[in-house]
Design a protein around this ligand. Structure first.
Ligand code: NAP
Length: 257
């Protein structure tokens, strides 16, 4: 069975590992190409946009895909809109791994906002030290609040984009360590953390550290992300694919071997 995995997440990489040596499935992992040097993957990988819904539809048809798993990040809503539309047009089975959001706990001082622009505003007029735990493309919004000192942690250098004047960078990618996150917030005298509610464990230590230190977290709300059959994990995606295989019409299963 030919499978397309839309990736760029821990869950997609885990699914790639689970399917790599499984002869029942011929899977391709798709990455947007945002990260300059993505981690090596155990599956054939294609990189770059498809060219909207029409491009994705054409790719699925040209590669005779039988089933699609959307394992993209909770904030990647455009690709999910595209894949829901493309799979509907082709009557292709689609399942989506939906990572649960972090829930507020006792001691959390979250300020919930709708966008990076609103996050910049929520930092207030007085200059403070801010930890931006965001993608590099989301940093531009903070140019509208130039009074603050920002420390941004991104996987790649920011490149040629509009940035606030007082910003320094740390290049790193998760998973992150609880003790290091705590020490970092203390040493850098961080007054606000700005984060997305990404869910999962890899980037949660900064949220727990902020709670322990009483530091407010400006939390950018999740977008409305359309989905197919909702799944919780990579393992659940394998079970769903097995189910598709069991119920696939004969021509589909023939094509897979
Ligand atoms: P997005 O806004 O939903 O998508 C923008 C465009 O990027 C899509 O229309 C598509 O281009 C292309 N694209 C996105 N994901 C793709 C994929 N897996 N394979 C091929 N093309 C893809 O997405 P985004 O928020 O920029 O995120 C891009 C990637 O980074 C995703 O793979 C996501 O899982 C990962 N990621 C995102 C975040 C985040 O906070 N947004 C965090 C961690 C990882 P075309 O229309 O040309 O097909």
């Amino acid at each position: 069975m030919r499978v397309l995995i839309l990736g760029g997440t821990t869950e997609a990489s885990e699914l790639a590992r689970l399917l790599a040596d499984d002869g029942r499935f011929a899977a391709t992992l798709s990455l947007a190409g945002r990260t300059v040097a993505p981690r090596p993957q155990p599956l054939p990988t294609r990189i770059g946009g498809f060219g909207g819904t029409a491009g994705l539809e054409a790719w699925l048809r040209d590669h005779a895909v039988d089933a699609v798993i959307d394992a993209t990040h909770p904030y990647a809503d455009q690709i999910s809109r595209n894949v829901v539309a493309a799979c509907a047009a082709l009557a292709l089975p689609l399942a989506s791994i939906r990572r649960a959001a972090w829930q507020r706990e006792d001691g959390d001082r979250w300020i919930e906002v709708d966008s990076s622009e609103a996050a910049a505003e929520a930092l207030g007029a007085i200059a403070v030290r801010v930890f931006l735990s965001l993608g590099r493309l989301e940093l531009t919004a903070f140019a509208a609040a130039p009074q603050h000192h920002y420390i941004a942690r991104t996987i790649d250098p920011p490149g040629d984009i509009l940035l606030p004047p007082d910003i320094s960078f740390i290049s790193d990618r998760g998973p992150f360590d609880a003790v290091k996150e705590h020490d970092f917030l203390v040493q850098e005298r961080i007054a606000f953390v700005v984060s997305k509610n990404s869910g999962g464990t890899a980037t949660y230590p900064k949220i727990a550290a902020a709670r322990r230190l009483g530091i407010p977290v400006v939390m950018i709300a999740r977008p409305d992300k359309p989905h197919g059959v909702a799944l919780e994990s990579a393992a659940a995606a394998v079970r769903w694919l097995e189910d598709q295989l069991a119920h696939a019409p004969p021509s589909t299963s023939r094509r897979s071997v």
